[in-house]
Write a protein that binds this ligand. Structure first.
Ligand code: IMP
Ligand code: MG
Length: 181
């Protein structure tokens, strides 16, 4: 059972649900008068669970798009290089972009992606991240909508994986260090 590999639950299903509702409400309020298309860009695969919950708590019209970026491999710390495995489908020039990510750790991935997005001249770009580990930051990233700040522990569940596993846990927990040591 996946549960046996979890040292401690950080955010229960109920806590995640409440936070997602709060973020969706803020976003809906902030973009209610937007005239240009609002693209919600999910960063696959980690953000997919958060993304699908969040978009259903947003009440204004939005469009979906996705990017697949990879900086991790199977390790528990970032390698520093970012690969784009799937780019956006849409031309975002003049549009509003809300980038939706699971976690900002060192910031390497998002710092890089934000530069790419801004270079495409959208009308606006904001970042919504469910989790942030500020103590790990080496690259600057401004988070416009942040769910929770978390300490430097390896978390899994609700989209977050270790070596591809645990993404389907409905809560977020700390992975027992013996699993990856
Ligand atoms: P960064 O480039 O170091 O900010 O790393 C961002 C990516 O690392 C995230 O999108 C996650 O895929 C992964 N990551 C960082 N911390 C964790 C964690 O605690 N659990 C699972 N994945 C993580
Ligand atoms: Mg990720």
């Amino acid at each position: 059972m996946m549960d046996e590999d979890i040292a401690r639950i950080c955010f229960t299903e109920a806590a995640l649900k409440a936070k997602v509702a709060e973020l969706g409400k803020r976003i809906s309020e902030d973009y209610k008068d937007a005239e240009e298309t609002v693209y919600c860009v999910g960063i696959l695969k980690g953000a997919v669970v958060f993304y699908t919950d969040l978009v259903r708590s947003i009440t204004i019209p939005i469009h979906f798009d996705f990017m697949i970026a990879s900086s991790y491999g199977n390790a528990t710390s970032t390698s520093g290089s970012v690969k784009i495995l799937k780019d956006l489908d849409f031309d975002i020039e003049g549009k509003h972009l809300i980038v939706i990510e699971d976690i900002i750790d060192s910031g390497t991935t998002m710092h890089y992606l934000m530069r790419i997005f801004r270079a495409r001249k959208p009308k606006s770009v904001r970042l919504c991240a469910l989790l942030s580990k500020p103590s790990r930051r080496t690259a600057e990233v401004a988070i416009d909508y942040c769910g929770f700040e978390v300490p430097d522990e390896f978390l899994v569940g609700y989209g977050l994986d270790y070596a591809g596993e645990y993404r389907n846990l409905p809560y977020i927990g700390v992975l027992k260090p013996e699993i990856y040591q």
